[in-house]
Design a protein around this ligand. Structure first.
Ligand SMILES: O=P(O)(O)OC[C@H]1O[C@H](OP(=O)(O)OP(=O)(O)O)[C@H](O)[C@@H]1O
Ligand SMILES: Nc1ncnc2[nH]cnc12
Length: 186
């Protein structure tokens, strides 16, 4: 860790400084949290990855699942550094072979996500990683998808929780046995 990220507060300050607010994107009334400045800063991206690897190891997860698309970017390096496998949860129609599918609602629309059948050993402990927890629709659907695929989701780690949207509360029972951890909360 660098001097700036040596403390939890330092890490949070660094990460928060690399997230840009974009008003009225992708539609009026939404303040979009743009993580591209963070991704472009190797020190910040690396510090974020280290923090998520710590969670993965502490939870004893043997797979990291990432949500398309921004979740992929954060989750893949965590899996590599933690020495565990990565499993993509993709938007509909992108994965070959048999899949489990789940529809879900977003802050700005609705969609279907899929995971490949056979991606997990039965009972395998999984850490789910995403960039933003907003309404919780995406994460809730992904947790159910992991369970349907035979995995045991033990952690949900996000970079940023939009607390005012109530996603944590709405996740409710989806979080049974799952430790939800947000590095930043607005
Ligand atoms: O808590 P929720 O209200 O469900 O919203 C959070 C989700 O929304 C964003 O993904 P988006 O579907 O915009 O896709 P992207 O990563 O492909 O940009 C974000 O990356 C989360 O996955
Ligand atoms: N406001 C927001 N900014 C970035 N990603 C999001 N996903 C859902 N809501 C979002």
């Amino acid at each position: 860790m660098t001097e700036t990220t040596g403390t939890e507060a330092g890490l949070r300050e660094l990460l928060a400084s690399r997230i840009r607010d974009v008003p009225d994107y992708p539609q009026p009334g939404v303040v979009f949290k743009d993580i591209t400045p963070l991704l472009a800063d190797p020190a910040a991206f690396s510090a974020l990855t280290d923090a998520l690897v710590e969670r993965c190891t502490a939870l004893g997860a043997s797979k990291v699942a990432g949500l398309e698309a921004r979740g992929f970017i954060l989750a893949a390096p965590v899996a590599v550094r933690a020495g565990v496998g990565f499993v993509p949860i993709r938007k509909a129609g992108k994965l070959p072979g048999e899949v489990f599918a789940q529809s879900y609602e977003l802050e700005y629309g609705s969609a279907v996500m899929e995971v490949q059948q056979g991606a997990f050993e039965p009972g395998e402990r999984v850490l789910l990683v995403d960039d933003v927890l907003a309404t919780g629709g995406t994460a809730g659907a992904a947790l159910e998808l992991l369970r349907r695929a035979g995995a045991v989701p033990v952690g949900l780690s996000v970079l940023l929780e939009l607390g005012f949207l109530g996603g944590r509360e709405r996740l409710g029972g989806h979080l049974d046995g799952v430790e939800l951890d947000a590095l930043l909360t607005t």
